[in-house]
Design a protein around this ligand. Structure first.
Ligand code: NDP
Length: 312
């Protein structure tokens, strides 16, 4: 039987609908949550991300401020900016779009963000709160993955979960969240022995490695839930023929659009072997910005001592 597709766009829309209601309630009590998005330099992908984050803020009725600075901005200037944003009461969330230019000390800048406004969840204090399972701000993509599982009725309690990838942005935090949801978690990386064998133990398999279609059928336990975090762009016929068993559709897409997106999981194998899986595009990706908005609302509540409300 073909696997159930976990529709990230639908879940994103549900979350946005719920957020819009919460934002209206906050506004009725005189609070408009605000997000500052800091973009340094002219990286085209970063420009697109920041633009769509600001657009989503606007569509939900959040206050947003886009701060665009030139590529030669110094660490000192950015630290001053972050300190200023930390002190402003109309700003609940500060997002510094990565990557920053090479002359900037990214770590220093990210660590200067007030943890109460750390909507990306990358600050060491946020990491500590996550590890301790205390209220705080959680990185967006991992939180989005949990929302997909939760809202799709995938049982985490007692499940064997295997995460491929140990980055600070995806692998480690999603493993921690799965653990807090009572899964038994294994984290794999480039030195893991017998990766397919370990992956096959997963009732839930999360692939976050950045390697196009690396996870093939022999990594997937029949009936498992497969979460594909990878976003890889294929631009040549050779790449497509190498990856797909039936390359007809992707080749047509390549002709029409110039590129094809594929995750870290071979999609035809996932469809055949998994019980449920997130497609690329349209799976995990759409959740990331929705959770950023959710984190901004949560930060606005937490900063004002509305701890119980922020739990919802
Ligand atoms: P990183 O490059 O930071 O980390 C990749 C991880 O995968 C590393 O831990 C690495 O292991 C592991 N890995 C790489 N190759 C192998 C291999 N052959 N076998 C086993 N493990 C391997 O990537 P990110 O975590 O930042 O991102 C992962 C993917 O998710 C990327 O495709 C990225 O584009 C995508 N992404 C998608 C988002 C979304 O919104 N959907 C958001 C963020 C990322 P080691 O540590 O040993 O090197």
């Amino acid at each position: 039987m073909a696997a159930r597709i976990l529709d990230g766009n639908k879940i994103r829309d549900e979350i946005k609908q719920e957020l819009a209601e919460q934002i209206q309630e906050l506004k009725a009590s005189g609070i408009t949550p605000g997000l500052a998005a800091v973009l340094v330099g002219e990286d085209p992908a970063s420009q697109i991300y920041v633009r769509s984050k600001v657009k989503t803020c606007e569509s939900l009725g959040l206050y947003s401020e886009k701060i665009e600075w030139p590529a030669d901005t110094t660490t000192e200037r950015l630290l001053e900016l972050v300190r200023d944003l930390n002190s402003r009461n109309d700003i609940d969330g500060i997002l510094v779009q990565l990557p920053l230019p090479p002359q900037v000390d990214s770590k220093l800048v990210l660590e200067a963000i007030d943890p109460a406004k750390d909507v990306d969840g990358f600050h060491p204090v946020s990491v500590g709160n996550l590890v301790r399972n205390r209220p705080g701000l959680v990185p967006c993509t991992p939180a989005g993955i949990i929302e997909i599982l939760r809202r799709s009725g995938v049982a985490m309690k007692g499940a064997r979960a295997v995460v491929i990838g140990r980055s600070d942005i995806v692998g480690k935090p999603v493993a921690m969240l799965l653990l807090h949801n009572h899964a038994t978690v294994t984290i794999c990386h480039s030195r893991t022995q017998d990766l397919p064998g370990v992956a096959r133990e997963g009732d839930i398999l999360v692939a976050a490695m950045g390697k196009p279609a690396f996870v093939t059928g022999d990594f997937i336990k029949p009936g498992a839930t497969v979460i594909d975090v990878g976003i890889n762009r294929l631009t040549t016929e050779e790449e497509i023929r190498e990856i797909y068993h039936d390359p007809t559709g992707p080749l047509e897409k390549l002709k029409a659009k110039g590129s094809v997106l594929v995750g870290d999981v071979q999609p035809e194998d996932a469809r055949e072997k998994a019980g449920a899986f997130t497609p690329v595009p349209g799976g995990v990706g759409p959740l990331t910005i929705a959770i950023l908005m959710s984190n901004t609302v949560r930060a606005a509540k937490l900063r004002r001592g509305m701890r119980a409300a922020a739990k919802a």
